[in-house]
Design a binder for this molecule. Structure first.
Ligand code: GLA
Length: 435
């Protein structure tokens, strides 16, 4: 998703603005009110799914590598009622004047006659993809969306919407796949994740790699999710930041970010080209031990963009190794403090540098946010998500959150950037039912 409205400029010395997460009760009330106001009856229930930030392991998912996301406390809420026919009616606070009406028998992938536009593609697309996966026929539904995942902030607002739809349809159509958020059926959820990815890739036309949907559906509170994107295997890694008096501060740069423009797809294509030249299925097949040989092969390939393929491959392989190292640190059973905390921060910093120099997906707003956060005392800071705008994260003492946020606001004012927004990324629960 991208946002095009003009943002107010940052002003030095002003209070940082934090985007709060809705409580469960607030989410239920907001989505239910919108549903009842629009459709004139009560929903069958309210379901939610969280946005995510990735701690490390960026642009590794479509290369079959490792990622380490957490679920945010910020969620998309969906009040939904099953219909007896095949009609889908959708409303959100932004579109409350017009209810969008779709027909499950007429919708289809982007570029087809059944193409579905805007955010409707993420919701209707999940129903379409579930049926494509043999889980139909489903029934139609009415749904009201109320999300507090910032749009266009690189925090997976679209994956949150897809996953909220998937758990809602799983429930009202009795697919029996998700299980409750506090006792999730991980294998069933992995199947729902596939439908969500398909909705995003085929219905919305964003060639993303699947980390976001896995995070929203399969994370655990107090943990990061080590996701092996080759086979979908997961490990829940202890990451109880509050217990260590630490905070993962999210800085939403408000800089434009879009996954459907060409840059993301171009990165993915370069990786596929490199893998083909190297004779491997995925770049994750290259390790640090074989990296030098692989880079030499790419250099000697005679391709006019050989230097680009070298840089992209170097990022992917070293990023997977950094992710392995951070996971090993977090799993060693000792507190995240002292030298260990410094090492974790250094891995995050190195990830950002690799994304800036080798993968070329940062932008001035991300680089300035990261530099300002580090200078103000963050243990580590990096961009998170696809890049080209979106959000950065900084690992900071909880007592330093305000000072770090202020430093970022001041740096943005100095550079004439739009005012950033901030979130507290407490590792939270996966998608589920609220009411
Ligand atoms: C976006 C995509 C993900 C992933 C990240 C980069 O968030 O949706 O699939 O590729 O970029 O790690």
């Amino acid at each position: 998703m991208s946002h095009t409205e003009t943002q107010p400029a940052a002003v030095a010395g002003t209070e940082p603005v934090f985007s709060p997460a809705l409580s469960a009760q607030e989410g239920i009330a907001a989505a239910t009110d919108l549903f009842e106001e629009t459709f004139g009856e009560a929903p069958d229930g309210v379901w939610y799914a969280p946005g995510r930030v990735n701690v490390i392991g960026e642009h590794t998912d479509y290369n079959g590598g490792l990622a380490l996301p957490i679920a945010l406390p910020h969620r998309a809420h969906l009040a939904l009622r099953r219909r007896e026919d095949r009609i889908i009616r959708l409303v959100s606070p932004q579109t409350r004047e017009t209810v969008d009406v779709l027909d499950l028998d007429a919708i289809g992938p982007k570029g087809s006659t059944g193409e579905v536009r805007h955010w409707n593609a993420y919701v209707a697309g999940v129903a379409w993809a579930l049926e494509q996966d043999g889980l139909g026929p489903l029934s139609g539904f009415d749904a009201a969306l109320y999300s507090c995942v910032p749009l266009g902030g690189g925090l997976s607002s679209s994956a949150a919407l897809e996953c909220a739809t998937a758990v809602a349809l799983d429930d009202v159509c009795a697919l029996g796949l998700a299980g409750p958020a506090d006792a999730p059926d991980d294998a069933g959820r992995a199947r729902l994740v596939k439908a969500c990815i398909r909705a995003e890739n085929e219905m919305a036309g964003a060639p993303t790699g699947g980390m976001d949907q896995s995070a929203s559906m399969r994370c655990r509170a107090g943990h990061a999710l080590e996701l092996d994107c080759r086979d979908g295997g997961v490990t829940h890694v202890p990451f109880d930041l509050a217990a260590e008096d630490l905070t993962l501060l999210v800085i939403d740069t408000k800089a434009k970010h879009s996954l459907v423009d060409g840059q993301y797809g171009a990165r993915r294509q370069a990786c596929e080209d490199a893998a083909q030249i190297l004779g491997v299925e995925l770049l994750a097949d290259i390790t640090e031990d074989t990296l030098a040989d692989a880079l030499a092969t790419l250099e000697a390939s005679g391709r006019s963009d050989a230097a680009v393929l070298v840089a992209r491959t170097r990022h992917v392989v070293t990023e997977i190794a950094r992710t392995q190292r951070l996971v090993a640190l977090l799993q060693d059973g000792t507190p995240l403090a002292g030298q260990k905390l410094a090492q974790a921060g250094a891995l995050m910093n190195a990830s950002h540098e690799s994304l800036r120099v080798d993968y070329e997906v940062t932008c001035p707003e991300l680089d300035v946010a990261v530099a300002a956060a580090r200078a103000a005392g963050a243990y580590g800071a990096r961009m998170t998500g696809g890049g080209f705008g979106g959000s950065a994260i900084a690992l900071v003492d909880s007592s330093a959150v305000d000072a770090v946020a202020r430093a970022v606001v001041d740096a943005y004012a100095e550079h004439g950037f739009a005012a950033p927004a901030f979130l507290n990324a407490a590792p939270s629960a996966p998608a589920g039912r609220l009411a």
